[in-house]
Design a protein around this ligand. Structure first.
Ligand code: GTP
Ligand code: SPV
Ligand code: MN
Length: 589
């Protein structure tokens, strides 16, 4: 008798018709072997992996993708539930049978002449009761190697699955990297994702956004927990006490930088637990506990440098767990190192751009793609929290939401209570970034930073958040931040990055009841004197501006929230609609 796992692998073999099948064991020897193979392999004329300078970046490789395949493609991403209402207006929808027929057409025989990699993996520490078992198949060696960094790949996953049929199934083929034949289809009811035509992170590493967020959020709704697009950090104060925070910011809006923050404030230290995804459960003691299901960072390269994010620069130079991959950055030919805008002040004279051409800085284009990324293990991170592998997770005292907004949203404010915090999170607006294809810089609603990742109707999702609030005895405080306010000439008003520790300190003081706040229409604002600005060269007027509520801006904001809510009809919980009305009244007085 075959096990469900064996049946799945056989089914995949018959569908994809690969020349060879290889089951990954997750060992370092295997990674070395696959990396060597990738160095000799080409895809569409591009060498899959190139060795970089190992004196500078130990055990690292370079990959550049097809220029049409550099970011998530939200318009090609579908949630295939039996009814369209379940998927909601926040998702593209297709009937599951129709979606499967479509994908079958692409999948049949797609791996002829190729190797099919079977990737057994666990999301979360295998010892945790919150961990989930998964298998992905792929014909991309780059995807296989990336998965090994981002998740716990290997025999322990096979052992954990055993004879059970309870595991996530991920089907992936890079196909011919043709955007006309590219789809990412989710089947939450079947614990299944089908992805074709892209090798890019969020489209192809199916344990990440596809499983841990879209399928995860659906499972969370069923089982009473939350799967969120959030970082997890422990912030140590000078007295040694560690306060755990979650932080949700839309794609390319500052999560990784906050997760590896080196505070400018003396005596403070940030311990890193996760930079992108959190699974949040209610503990027996009535607190919220979070684990990071991932084991790697898939981070934005541009903007990462010794001044902005020294901890990440050190992480990229460690090789406790390797290899580390760099994708679509430029290459500095003088020493064969990856290069991107922000890693050094000076642009090197001999650069190969992300597409493999000679870089000419006079053309005014960046050398690295704005969404170029590194894939690196969390175990290389010098600030990794000793609680990272704790199967229970860490107890959460504060949740930070944020967006990228040049106006309207103040530097920081605090929600009065859980429900108003849920309202604030449900109404987040943020300027779009290069992390997804399409227009950059357009303000869109991105509730809880989950618009592209919520695997079911967002109206039901808001209700789920309110319901969790009713079940948790010790609710965390909820904050909203905006690091991205700009002045009249388009310059960031707040220095950001390491200086953001000043705002986090205020949050800890609030949690501990050490400082008062000022009530405003939208929530509680810091009194300017309670923000620790010592040693920061910033005009008091600018800080005042950063904390000011402009009623006209806010009236426009409310209109945008109303318009967004309208799309969901009756699905928006009454509490949130009432809160919106209350806010509207306060602002028009
Ligand atoms: P994803 O991996 O797409 O989810 O992105 P992320 O949310 O982890 O964002 P990340 O920290 O990688 O930052 C994205 C971009 O914003 C990078 O170019 C950063 O340099 C920039 N950035 C991050 N934090 C700040 C900040 O405090 N101020 C400013 N001005 N830019 C920031
Ligand atoms: C994001 O876009 O939010 C990312 C990168 O973290 S990806 O894994 O591609 O989704
Ligand atoms: Mn992300």
């Amino acid at each position: 008798m075959s096990t469900p796992m064996e049946l799945f692998v056989n089914e995949m073999r018959e569908l994809f018709l690969p020349d060879e099948v290889y089951v990954m064991d997750g060992t370092h020897e295997e990674a070395e072997r696959l990396a060597n193979l990738a160095e000799k392999s080409t895809l569409e004329g591009r060498t899959v992996l190139k060795k970089l300078n190992w004196q500078e970046y130990p055990n690292s490789y370079y990959h550049n993708s097809n220029p049409n395949d550099v970011a998530r493609t939200e318009h090609l991403t579908f949630v295939c539930t039996p009814t369209q209402e379940e998927a909601g207006p926040n998702n593209n929808w297709l009937n599951p049978n129709e979606a499967k027929d479509k994908m079958d057409g692409f999948f049949k025989g797609a791996m002829k002449g190729r190797t099919m990699y079977i990737i057994p993996f666990v999301m979360g520490n295998p010892k945790s009761k919150y961990a989930k078992n998964c298998i992905q198949v792929t014909d991309s060696i780059y995807v296989a190697l990336s998965m090994r960094v981002m998740s716990r790949v290997g025999k322990q996953a096979i052992e954990k699955i055993g004879n059970s049929s309870d595991f996530f199934r991920g089907m992936h083929s890079i196909g011919d990297v043709n955007p006309d034949r590219r789809f990412i289809m989710h089947f939450p009811q079947e614990n299944l994702v089908m992805s074709f035509g892209s090798g890019y992170g969020g489209n192809a590493l199916l344990g990440k956004k596809c499983y841990s967020l879209r399928i995860g959020s659906y499972l969370g709704k069923q089982e009473g927990w939350l799967a969120e697009h959030m970082i997890i950090i422990g912030v140590q104060a000078p007295d040694g006490k560690i306060t755990y925070f979650l932080g949700a910011f839309p794609s390319a809006c500052g999560k990784t930088n906050l997760a590896l923050l080196e505070p400018v404030l003396k005596g403070y230290k940030v311990w890193t637990l996760g930079d992108d995804i959190a699974w949040i459960n209610i503990g027996d003691d009535g607190k919220l506990y979070a684990i990071n299901p991932e084991s790697g960072f898939f981070g934005v390269a541009p903007g990462t440098g010794m001044k902005t994010n020294p901890v990440m620069m050190k992480t990229l130079k460690n090789d406790k767990f390797s290899p580390t991959l760099f994708t679509n950055t430029a290459i500095d030919n003088s020493n064969n190192t990856p290069w991107w805008e922000g890693v050094s002040d000076k642009v090197p004279s001999d650069l190969t751009d992300w597409q493999g051409g000679v870089y000419d800085k006079n053309l005014g284009k960046p050398a690295a793609h704005p969404n170029s990324r590194f894939t690196v293990s969390v175990y290389n991170c010098p600030t990794l929290s000793c609680e990272y592998d704790n199967p229970r997770g860490v107890p959460i005292s504060g949740i930070i939401f944020g967006g990228r907004r040049k106006d309207t949203i103040p530097l920081v404010y605090e929600a009065k209570d859980w429900n108003s915090g849920v309202f604030i999170a449900s109404s987040i607006g943020s300027e779009t970034t290069a992390a997804a294809t399409g227009k950059v810089g357009a303000v869109r609603r991105d509730p809880m930073a989950m618009l592209p990742f919520c695997g079911y109707n967002m109206g039901d999702y808001f209700q789920h958040w309110l319901d969790i609030g009713k079940k948790v005895k010790h609710l965390p405080k909820i904050f909203m931040v905006n690091w991205f306010r700009k002045d009249e000439v388009g310059k960031f008003m707040w220095p950001g990055f390491r200086e953001n520790s000043r705002v986090i300190k205020w949050m800890i003081d609030r949690i501990e009841g050490k400082v008062d706040a000022t009530e405003s229409e939208i929530g509680l604002l810091p009194k300017i004197d309670s923000l620790d600005l010592a040693g920061l060269d910033i005009d008091k007027e600018i800080v005042e501006k950063l904390l000011k509520i402009n009623k006209d801006d806010w009236k426009k904001e409310i209109e945008m929230v109303e318009e967004f809510y309208t799309k969901f009809g009756d699905k928006i919980p009454k509490e949130l609609k009432d809160y919106l009305l209350e806010l509207k009244n306060k602002l028009t007085l």
